[in-house]
Design a protein around this ligand. Structure first.
Ligand code: SIN
Length: 305
């Protein structure tokens, strides 16, 4: 008996559905000391911006009962430094090379694409981050407005042939409207979901635990929200979905795929157990071997009541 865990996200072929989520693996250097990252379907870089950013003041990360809050604030070395120092390294890893692109304005996103497009031979997809909840301007506010989503995505579509995966925020009333706007703009896929806006309070100081007051909530507690959004969007979209939110074992991956995901991203779980993607990959292979089903055949097989 053999197993087949390869998947396709539009034109992008991945050896496994597992992608490391942006912001939880930097550019791969640190995690590659723990395991061979070539087993992965892909790795999504830390969100990059035109200029380097030091990020928000600490405290920036807080554990909660069923997840984690972060308000990192897009700390990154800037796209020029990344291209010069880290892109070749990501290219050498032997897994899908996904570059997460963040910005504060329309012009930022356009400028980022103009910087990255000449390096298309080392990039499998651009993950356009319209969803970071931790910066004052742009990102999540752009991703909460369907007109702006469509405007930006179509401007990027005109400037690159690289697959555009649009990472959307769950902090909206109707995620379908946002996903459809991305599709109308010419997106190749949507990534659902980025973090939920949250807050934790220190009862002694009566101040928010995070210095930024609020942060993005991730981890097991957000999984049902993410699955619901994947399922809702699968019913209306023609483009593929990459599911993300609280995945920590192979059954979570199956759940996301049945709901409509073509691939998935793992983030918070890999901060807790850095090698969990290895175990999940092995378990997915075993599942495919024993069931006789290819993983990709699961996508969207949910039978709604
Ligand atoms: C951050 O850097 O604040 C998190 C990035 C994101 O949520 O997109």
């Amino acid at each position: 008996m053999s197993s087949d865990i390869s998947v396709k996200v539009g034109s992008v072929e991945l050896k496994s559905p597992i992608i490391l989520a942006s912001g939880t693996c930097n550019f791969g250097h640190e995690l590659s000391e723990y395991y061979d990252l070539s087993i992965l379907g892909g790795l999504s870089s830390k969100g990059l911006t035109i200029k380097p950013r030091v990020g928000n003041e600490g405290v920036r990360v807080a554990e909660t009962a069923a997840g984690m809050l972060n308000s990192v604030g897009l700390q990154n070395p800037g796209v020029d430094y990344f291209i010069e120092h880290d892109l070749d390294y990501m290219d050498s890893l032997g897994c899908g090379r996904i570059i997460n692109v963040a910005g504060h304005s329309f012009d930022d996103y356009v400028a980022m694409i103009e910087k990255l497009d000449p390096h298309k031979d080392k990039i499998d997809a651009l993950e356009i981050n319209l969803s970071c909840p931790n910066v004052k301007a742009g990102c999540m506010s752009i991703g909460s407005d369907p007109e702006q989503i469509k405007l930006i995505v179509s401007a990027l579509r005109e400037r690159t042939d690289l697959p555009l995966w649009i990472k959307l925020t769950p902090n909206v009333t109707d995620i379908k409207t946002m996903a459809l706007a991305a599709q109308e703009g010419g997106a190749d896929a949507v990534v659902l979901i980025n973090t939920l806006l949250g807050m934790a309070v220190d009862i002694r100081t009566r101040r928010p635990v995070l210095r930024n007051n609020t942060g993005g909530y991730s981890g097991p507690a957000v999984k049902p929200v993410a699955i619901r959004m994947v399922s809702e969007c699968y019913q209306v979209l023609d483009i593929p979905i990459i599911g993300c939110g609280g995945i920590s074992n192979y059954e979570d991956v199956l759940e996301f795929m049945i709901a409509g995901a073509s691939a998935v991203e793992i983030g918070t779980a890999s901060l807790v157990h850095p090698t969990c993607p290895v175990d999940i990959t092995e378990d997915l292979k075993k599942w495919s071997e024993v069931s006789g089903e290819s993983l990709s055949s699961l996508t969207g097989t949910l039978k709604l009541w």
